[in-house]
Design a protein. Structure first.
Length: 212
């Protein structure tokens, strides 16, 4: 729980409130491929990712998986479902080994939601999600494929090496073949390097020139 001290949502809590939070929380460890929650499941817990990469997806009528987003630590996931008291709108699966803090939401709502600082920070968390959606819309309408890939790599500098090409392609709504061609171009320009399926940045400023 000490790792939550530097998570923006709880950084302003005093010691008394933080101890109360500990009483209704637990840390759960997950193996790669583990399901954090299913679409339609009751959102009875506040879910905070503290380790690993979490893929959030929906399943269409044919059983195909539609990737919505990849979350990285430290992030609150699907808090809107908690606030609205609705089932989780999508499923979440760990793409690596990971861990999360699971907070009993009914008790959290009773003890903390009336706290001015917590309310303000919850709004801040939701605002981050809105900004992400705006970014997705902007990327898919305004930017070409090369610019979208360059921006994604720069924005995920600390985590890009954890993702495989198929994961990045799914996030950017493009085929793996298109992504491979663009990555090959960036390698040729010495902007990135690839080791097997992993990507590492060599020239961030050079990549930024494609979308700024």
């Amino acid at each position: 729980m000490h790792r939550l001290r530097d998570f923006f949502f709880f950084e302003e809590l005093d010691e008394t409130h933080f101890r109360e939070l500990e009483k209704i929380s637990k840390v759960v460890h997950y193996k790669k491929g583990s399901i954090a929650f299913f679409e339609g499941e009751e959102a009875a817990s506040l879910f905070i990712l503290i380790e690993g990469v979490l893929q959030v997806y929906k399943t269409d009528r044919k059983g195909n998986r539609i990737i919505l987003h990849h979350f990285f630590p430290k992030t609150m996931v699907a808090e809107f479902a908690n606030l609205e008291h609705i089932p989780f709108p999508a499923s979440a699966e760990f793409e690596t080994d990971g861990a999360a803090v699971i907070i009993d939401y009914p008790k959290f709502e009773e003890k903390f939601l009336s706290h001015p600082t917590v309310s303000k920070l919850l709004i801040k968390s939701l605002t981050k999600k809105i900004k992400y959606l705006e970014n997705v819309i902007d990327n898919n309408i305004v930017m070409n494929s090369t610019a979208r890939v360059a921006k994604f790599i720069c924005e995920h500098e600390n985590d890009i090496h954890k993702l495989k090409k198929r994961q990045i392609a799914a996030d950017l709504n493009m085929t793996p073949e298109t992504l491979s061609r663009i990555l090959k171009k960036f390698v040729t320009l010495n902007l990135i390097k690839k080791e097997k399926e992993q990507v590492y940045i060599l020239d961030k400023k050079g990549l930024a020139c494609f979308y700024e």
